[in-house]
Design a binder for this molecule. Structure first.
Ligand SMILES: Cc1cc2nc3c(=O)[nH]c(=O)nc-3n(C[C@H](O)[C@H](O)[C@H](O)COP(=O)(O)O)c2cc1C
Length: 175
């Protein structure tokens, strides 16, 4: 199957997840094209299935992913498609945080009109070494509240790679 993966990222974790899915799907004998939403990604037209992913920053997905979806809405709604949302809230042990981030995703679908077959929530990473002083302070505060690591001397990854693998393979098998 020909699969397109389009992603949007700030600190690189969503790219890492997208590349991992690319590898998993290629190993499963699919043809995969992967593209950054900010770099003129191809239209879904010539693909059998499309995976779109974005991280959340301040309760919002990237505008580049929104623009891509809006531009290709009719095509996307006719394809087998799924959205993967990357956030820290989903790694929290507070259930309300999960509900909050799920609401953000559903609101995004309502706003864009995209009806993916599936929405998957994936835990991202705290990239303290990439944040500036204020970002580091804010993220440390959020991490403290949500049960993430407050050790700002290094990065902390919360992505469940087995779950990402299962998601990608299930998606391809359902097409
Ligand atoms: C400035 C900033 C704001 C963030 N806002 C949120 C948020 O509102 N909700 C959330 O769940 N995670 C939030 N996060 C966590 C990111 O979603 C998480 O770090 C993710 O791994 C980033 O993925 P990326 O590297 O692909 O951009 C935020 C992170 C940063 C640095």
């Amino acid at each position: 199957m020909k699969i397109l993966i389009v992603y949007a990222t700030s600190e690189g974790q969503t790219r890492k997840i997208a590349r991992f899915m690319e590898e998993v799907l290629q190993t499963d004998n699919h043809k995969v094209v992967i593209a950054d939403a900010t770099e003129e990604p191809p239209s879904p037209e010539n693909f059998d299935a499309v995976l779109i992913g974005s991280s959340i920053h301040i309760q919002k997905y990237h505008s580049s992913i929104k623009d891509y979806i809006m531009k290709n809405l009719d095509e996307l709604n006719q394809k087998h498609s799924a959205f993967f949302s990357v956030s820290m809230a989903i790694a929290s042990n507070i259930e309300e945080e999960h509900e909050e981030v799920k609401k953000v995703a559903l609101g995004f679908m309502e706003k864009t009109g995209w009806k993916p077959d599936e929405i998957s929530h994936m835990a991202g990473a705290l990239k303290y070494t990439q944040y500036d002083y204020f970002k580091k302070l804010i993220m440390r505060m959020i991490a403290k509240k949500e049960g993430g690591s407050t050790d700002t001397t290094k990065d902390h990854e919360y992505t469940d790679w087995d779950a990402v693998r299962s998601f990608a393979l299930d998606f391809a098998n359902k097409a």
